[in-house]
Design a protein around this ligand. Sequence first.
Ligand SMILES: CCC/C=C/C=C/C(=O)SCCNC(=O)CCNC(=O)[C@H](O)C(C)(C)COP(=O)(O)OP(=O)(O)OC[C@H]1O[C@@H](n2cnc3c(N)ncnc32)[C@H](O)[C@@H]1OP(=O)(O)O
Length: 305
Amino acid sequence: MNAVTSVLKSSLGSSITRQLTRTMASSFTPETYKTLLVNVPKPFVFHVELNRPDKLNAMNHTMWLEIRECFDSLAENDECRAVVLSAAGKLFTAGLDLSGMMTLGQEIAEQEDVARKSKVLRKLITTYQNSMSSLEKCPKPVIAAVHGACVGGGLNLISAADIRYATNDAWFTLKEVDIGLTADVGALQRLPRIVGSQSLVNEFAFTARKIESAEAKECGLVSKLYNDKESLISGAIELAALIASKSPVAVQGTKKSIIFSRDHTVQEGLDQVADYNSTMMQGEDFLNAAMSQATKSPPPIFSKL
Ligand SMILES: CCC/C=C/C=C/C(=O)SCCNC(=O)CCNC(=O)[C@H](O)C(C)(C)COP(=O)(O)OP(=O)(O)OC[C@H]1O[C@@H](n2cnc3c(N)ncnc32)[C@H](O)[C@@H]1OP(=O)(O)O
């Protein structure tokens, strides 16, 4: 162990000074949105809230666009290492804003030709798909914290999160069939991998039945339940802070590898992580964290990434 620690120590002093200087030099104001509220409750932890409580956080066009904008921005923001996604008001979300859909129907009706109508709709669907996928593409872990109801588009949204917590009063529904729609923004693709039972997901999707929190926990849709919203949010923020205390190189590499491996063979996943680590094991995070573990000293302060 001594040989290892002396090699590690030689490059440690200047590295820690550099990290502290960078950390202390930071000042950051979260961006503002019409339908989202963004706060920084702890260092490197961002809290994003769906914020249309008067409309039960129904997902209108602006919200779909802003979710993408927000997570694309967090992806690039080196002040952010983990994200909590929750919602203001009495429930998480009532799903797609149905009044907005009436307006869309009128706009489509203005186009006469079916090919042109289809082009407009396809663009809209892919825009909304990209909005949901922005959670998954964001390299920082996203923890969804659900209270009350999580309907339709909301279930698609949280399916793209990395971790899902909920309150005991939460319920979920893949509601699309009830509005004559095939769910098209990610739940049909992601849920079978989360829940692990295609039969159960099929049942949810064909019937739009209510999934109560206990069933959601039992089937793996959520991993932890809380008595109320306050303890849910503080539990989710605590988890995010724990994640944010780890090496951002390791955490972001882990998210990338998990998602890559989900969609590839074992060998392709092993190749991807070998490529990643063959660079990252030369970096200061590995050096400093391995050193602190080896010497049983306090964990290092990691530079921004
Ligand atoms: C390309 C598209 C990709 C995306 C697809 C996504 C699809 C979906 O999300 S399908 C699901 C759509 N959502 C629904 O069908 C839910 C409808 N709402 C409800 O079932 C209930 O409102 C709910 C159980 C969520 C809550 O019930 P509660 O009794 O607590 O409230 P209400 O009195 O029903 O509603 C209060 C006001 O909110 C308005 N509202 C509710 N949901 C929506 C919505 N989805 N869109 C727009 N507005 C909504 C409701 O009309 C009430 O308004 P007001 O009368 O003005 O007070």
